[in-house]
Design a protein around this ligand. Sequence first.
Ligand code: HEM
Ligand SMILES: [Cu+2]
Length: 577
Amino acid sequence: MQAVKSTPDAPASSSRNWTEILTSERVLIGAHIFVAMFALSLGVLMGPFQAFRRSPGVTNLLGGQAIGMPIFSYYYQALTLHGVLNALVFTTFFIVGISYFVTQRSLERKLRFPMLAWWTFILMTVGLCLAAYAIISEQANVLFTFYAPMLAHWTFYLGLVLVIVGTWIASFNIFATYLGWREAEKRPVPLGVFAILANFVMWDVASLGVATEVLTMLLPMSLGIIQTTDVQVSRIFFWFFGHPLVYFWLIPAYMSWYTMLPKQLGVKLFSDGMGRVAFLMLTIFSIPIGVHHLFVDPGISVLAKAFHSALTMVVAVPSFLTAFNIAATLERSGRKRGSKGHWFGLDFFAFLPWDNPIVVSQLGGMLLFLAGGITGIMNASFTLNIALHNTTWVVGHFHMTVAGAVFMTYMGILYWLLPVLTHRKLWKPKLALAQAYFWLFGMLLFGAAMGRAGMLGAVRRTDLGGTGALILPEWVSWLNISAFGGLLLLISAILLYTVVIGTIFKGEKVTDESELDIPISTSAPTDEKLPAILERWSLWLAVIIISCIIMWAPVLLQALDWVNGFWVRGLVPGVSP
Ligand code: HEM
Ligand SMILES: [Cu+2]
């Protein structure tokens, strides 16, 4: 690790400071991206093997033998590893890394507390090791939604707490950097940093839910300090956090579409202000809608379910704003490249650079997100949810979003960030392009097939490949198609790591950063009016807190057991309640 010697508030415009910043940045951010990609390499491997295992076609091919997971033979262990490593670890480390990078580069100053950033990284990595130990030693088969009544070894919970505390400290560092910049600059912050700030304001509040659950219920119970806990209350705390979690993943992807993609396409974003409004709406409306994950819970009133369901429709609005803003930006780019507005004005799509892996990863992510968004609205509808709940339909939905839009966009980011971090050009960009297409088509097939099987009643989180598991005849072809999608995705994952390792060891060396395209804006547009209220973070924090109280306090108050107390009702480990 390299210490940065310049004074904390020194503007980075002086080239000496800037070189030092870049060196420390490469190591710090590289470490975050390395851990993210390492976790993903193991986590993602479990996916295709789950898909193969549940496919009767593959089982028959192997003479009636279900295919085992590599390394991990137990279904729930592999599923926990897949969910935790991909959806919690890969995302969190990647987001913290990219947030540091964009903050430093956009504001042209180093993090306010560089050493603290290293301690944060160490804390999060220790947390990851603790949680990984629990999963690998088969003491945490609790899935990535780890609410009661399932119980894991205490190292699992402690590990996750450390990771979350790490994200809080990271957000403190980012905010401190931003406040120093704002005091000096007195102008609207660049949109990329605006998105990061909005994301962390929301995340810091949301993660209080899961921290409360872990610290007051799960961790004490795993340590034997308390003997029972309230399952309904545990689920409420979890989903206070669980829904905004998906926006924590999504906002950095949106940031890439809003601020990086236009640069990569050589055009200006259609509307910066509209982007800011979308980010604020996501921040405000992410938390007070989480009861849509609790539609089948008996301890939640119908009224709360109706309100949260209605408000969920509101959170679709910033996504529509984004669709409009980005489509208008893509059209600009298409027109610049020769589109004449044929086919109802949609021919611009054909003029986009479909041979650029960085652009294709993001466009692919958007296409998958169309499917993910629409299926999400269906999930949020109470009546449809009852039919689809816990079927493979849900797996289809969230692979279009987190393993689709989020994952593909992050890979789009990786393909320009890796050269910055390694000072080597991307190795074999054609392989990277193939990776993006394999992922796009693999995920479309996988998601659609899982969705269709789910509509026919195929259950999720069930070892359909296990001995004696029920597989209805009408599911068979869809499960087989999902395995074929899994094969394409496996090929894509192999291509991804080939490109990453190839770049690190064989990429053409770059001596000057100007040879690389780094899509970062250092200022907000001056031709748009950006009202100062947009950056009144204390106001938005207050709005978030008040809306959380209005939407969640009645849910919690109703679920709490006022006679027996917080920890009494519910589960006694090992004994049926
Ligand atoms: C190679 C690509 C992938 C394939 C083929 C795949 C496949 C699967 C399958 C078959 C399941 C199990 C469904 C069940 O039995 O209930 C699953 C669950 C899951 N996947 Fe993936 N997946 C892939 C990539 C990803 C990625 C990149 C992410 C996140 C970034 C992700 C997140 C999840 C989550 C959160 C679950 C739910 C685990 C649970 O139910 O607790 N997957 N995936
Ligand atoms: Cu949700």
